[in-house]
Unconditional design. Structure first.
Length: 435
């Protein structure tokens, strides 16, 4: 267990201040808040999305005491708290530090790690990658050089099922059998086969090597490197061999579609199950969050796993109780199966929380909700498309004259169709696009 940060911490800076920009990376954290139209915003990094019930209680307390009373999940399985007062950062940092959610002041924004949320629960993965997760987080927090990583640099730990491997990690570890792992740098098809026991250290070496390739801080992610990922991979091979590793080059296509957890009951071993829950538009009220936390504490193993698809997995419930518990969570307003009209629907915060947004896209998405579509849909208040999904999806973007709808598949985007401000026309167009 990483030691909790001492209660005495410096007051967070607001990322709207010039003094908070550092290397130009204004990505928010818990010690660097973002000034939004609805108050200050904090982003709490939760590596692999793993939370104890006690830590979940702390997040709810913070949202109620300091924020807007809601908790907002991100596309990296982290948590955002909105509506914070500009002078509430000290109390926020103290509460998070005491709960173990802020183990290092210097590294709090670089703990960006997504991991297969069902790893070790359903027998599908090739390895349980949770030991990688805890080891990598400790290595990140212990390293001097890793503190220089940007708040956007992403590690992905895939247990072999191909879920988070498709999420565009800068450094991706994928389980191969029980003894090996595949180390990938960015989106390249060229990768390295390494020993599974060496995987966390290899990921750390890859990140440190990236920093050496971009010493001036101009590259926040590996795709920003002017010479591409090839020279970086060659440098990583040299560093691994110097460390006594024996990486074997391998070529394998990058997964294009994320195999995200199905909603509902996930059967597990020895009469257990996990509950896979979705959050409408990725947000959850404090009472709903308490219902989830109480279910995890009293019927599961006291753990919650946040997913990069803005959902929550509750492991270790008794299979004989799973249907009843799932019904209770559905009654609380959460998404418990594929037939919910909210399944596959996401949105940025939109107006009034974001000054750049051209529309209250959450209200618009609610008004335009209809039958479940074959494709996910994401509503964006402006062309930045903050938090958009990966893979194939329907892109709805607010414009000054209405909305634009396009079909995105991988790196390709179809010609968008412009839809005027008519709610009926917009709902029909989105339904048709989703299929």
């Amino acid at each position: 267990m990483l030691a909790a940060m001492p209660p005495s911490v410096p007051p967070p800076a607001l990322s709207g201040d010039a003094s908070a920009r550092g290397r130009g990376d204004a990505c928010p954290g818990t010690l660097r808040l973002h000034r939004a139209d609805d108050g200050a915003l904090a982003r709490v990094r939760i590596p692999g999305g793993l939370l104890t019930a006690g830590q979940a209680d702390v997040l709810r307390e913070v949202a109620q005491r300091l924020g807007d009373g809601e908790l907002h999940l991100t596309s990296r399985g982290n948590m955002q708290l909105r509506g914070l007062p500009a002078d509430g950062g000290g109390e926020l940092a103290s509460l998070l530090g005491e709960s173990g959610l802020l183990p290092s002041e210097r590294h709090e924004r670089v703990r960006n790690v997504v991991a297969s949320p069902l790893s070790g629960l359903d027998g599908r993965g090739e390895q349980d990658i949770r030991p990688w997760l805890s080891a990598l987080d400790e290595l990140l927090c212990a390293g001097d050089r890793t503190a220089a990583l940007s708040g956007r640099f992403l590690f992905a730990l895939d247990d072999g099922r191909g879920d988070v491997g498709a999420l565009g990690g800068d450094v991706t570890l994928t389980a191969r059998g029980t003894e090996h792992a595949l180390l990938r740098i960015g989106p390249a098809h060229d990768a390295l086969l390494i020993q599974a026991a060496q995987a966390p250290q290899a990921a750390l070496i890859a990140a440190e090597t990236f920093l050496e390739q971009a010493p001036d801080g101009s590259a926040w992610r590996v795709t920003d490197l002017p010479d591409g990922t090839g020279p970086l991979l060659e440098a990583v091979v040299r560093r691994l061999r110097q460390a006594g590793f024996s990486p074997a080059p391998i070529t394998e296509p990058l997964p294009q579609e994320a195999d995200e957890p199905a909603l509902g009951i996930v059967p597990g071993p020895l009469g257990t199950a996990a509950l896979s829950i979705g959050l409408p538009l990725g947000s959850i009220s404090s009472p709903q969050w308490q219902t989830l936390t109480d279910t995890a504490r009293h019927h599961g193993v006291g753990e919650l796993r946040l997913t990069p698809w803005r959902g929550v997995v509750l492991p270790g419930v008794a299979r004989r109780e799973a249907a009843r518990l799932l019904a209770d969570l559905g009654a609380a307003g959460l998404i418990t199966g594929p037939d919910s009209p909210w399944t596959g629907v996401g949105a940025c915060i939109g107006r009034p929380g974001c000054a750049k947004a051209l529309d209250d896209v959450r209200a618009t998405a609610t008004a335009a909700s209809g039958p479940v579509g074959a494709l996910p849909v994401y509503w964006s208040g402006c062309e930045r498309r903050c938090g958009h999904p990966h893979g194939e999806w329907i892109d709805v973007v607010a414009t000054p004259d209405g909305h634009q709808i396009s079909h995105v598949h991988g790196e390709k985007r179809d010609t968008p169709a412009s839809i005027p401000g008519s709610p009926g026309a917009l709902a029909a167009a989105v339904a048709a696009a989703r299929g």
